[in-house]
Design a protein around this ligand. Structure first.
Ligand SMILES: [Zn+2]
Length: 269
């Protein structure tokens, strides 16, 4: 029996500075065993590393698992350095945190707001896939209106270490293609809304082996706490609601989603 794992939570962000200790303690007390904390920009990595290493006590806090990467929604931040320069920094960061870092991310493509810099996004995404491959690490992927392009890049780079498509918003067919390429599909607060019928349909249709859970806190507040910033603690209730959607027991969801994460992130069982 494994504890619940939040596969995507920005608990290093300043929004948690006042409450982090208390929130993490409460998560652990309720049975959360680990939280994956993704990287977004070069400037954010030192703080991420600091927060991760501030919580080595796994008897009172969930294990914090870092990923390092450059998020496609912050292209302006990444523009300060060349792609080669950025990749040298990522390579060095992964080497420095070897044994601790579990993935490269979050990386990906986002054309929801604008497609103006999509070409640069693809260049950066594919470069990060190559770095992840060279370290034998899975990737955490952010994709909005770009699911086919993401799959195309993964195939083109012959990337074989799998990972997680986080906050997935594509079609069932795209999800199945991603699963065939070694990816898990991340579900969270968005699927707690009754009106999210397409997402809920996908959650029901996918096999157990494909599914992992996440909050993306402080983003994507669930239906039962929509007016507040999201928290990893909400994952307990999110999983209860998603268990109802899949007509399975919460215990089953906990067991197989944690097993999926342990497998894809190569965590010690
Ligand atoms: Zn995120």
């Amino acid at each position: 029996m494994h504890g619940l794992i939040d596969s995507h939570c920005h608990v290093d962000f300043p929004q948690f500075d006042a409450s982090r200790d208390e929130v993490l303690r409460a998560c652990h007390q309720n049975g959360m065993s680990a939280i994956l904390v993704p990287g977004v920009t070069l400037a954010q990595w030192p703080r991420l590393s600091e927060v991760i290493h501030a919580y080595p006590d796994v008897t009172h806090y969930p294990r914090l698992l870092p990923a390092y990467g450059l998020h496609p929604c912050f292209m302006a931040d990444h523009a300060a350095e060349s792609t080669a320069g950025l990749m040298a920094r990522l390579d060095a960061q992964l080497a420095e945190e070897a044994g601790c870092v579990v993935a490269v991310g979050e990386i990906g493509l986002d054309s929801f707001h604008s497609t103006a810099d999509l070409k640069q996004q693809v260049t950066l995404f594919e470069a990060q896939l190559r770095i992840a491959g060279s370290h034998g690490l899975p990737v955490i992927i952010h994709s909005r209106k770009t699911q086919d392009l993401v799959l195309k890049s993964v195939r083109k780079q012959r990337f074989s270490f799998g990972g997680i498509l986080h906050a997935f918003s594509g079609s069932l067919q795209q999800a199945q293609q991603a699963v065939d390429l070694g990816f898990k599909i991340g579900f969270g607060g968005a699927a707690t809304y009754e009106r999210a019928s397409r997402l809920r349909g996908m959650l029901k249709a996918l096999p157990r082996e494909a599914i992992v859970f996440e909050t993306d806190a402080p983003d994507i507040p669930p239906s039962f706490a929509r007016d507040r910033p999201n928290s990893p603690f909400n994952l307990f209730r999110i999983v209860e609601i998603l268990a109802q959607v899949r007509q399975e027991s919460v215990a089953d969801l906990l067991e197989y989603s944690s097993k999926n994460l342990i497998g894809v992130l190569n965590l010690a069982d």
